[in-house]
Design a protein around this ligand. Structure first.
Ligand code: ZN
Length: 60
């Protein structure tokens, strides 16, 4: 993967990193936005737990 050819998904500058399923530049605010869109460092785990809780609540 050639990151240098990609653009930051948030500000359009040349991307420097691929993190949280997004191309981002080196700015902290873009890394933070990518992380928030992803739902935080453990976003997939959190989403799974919330889905399980919803399911449990609907059965009660
Ligand atoms: Zn950026």
């Amino acid at each position: 993967m050639d990151i240098e050819k990609e653009k930051c998904q948030f500000c359009g500058r040349p991307a420097k990193n691929f993190q949280f399923c997004a191309f981002i530049c080196e700015r902290d605010e873009c890394a933070e936005r990518a992380m928030q869109e992803r739902g935080g460092p453990a976003g997939h785990i959190k989403a799974k737990r919330e889905a399980q809780e919803r399911e449990r609540a609907s059965k009660e």
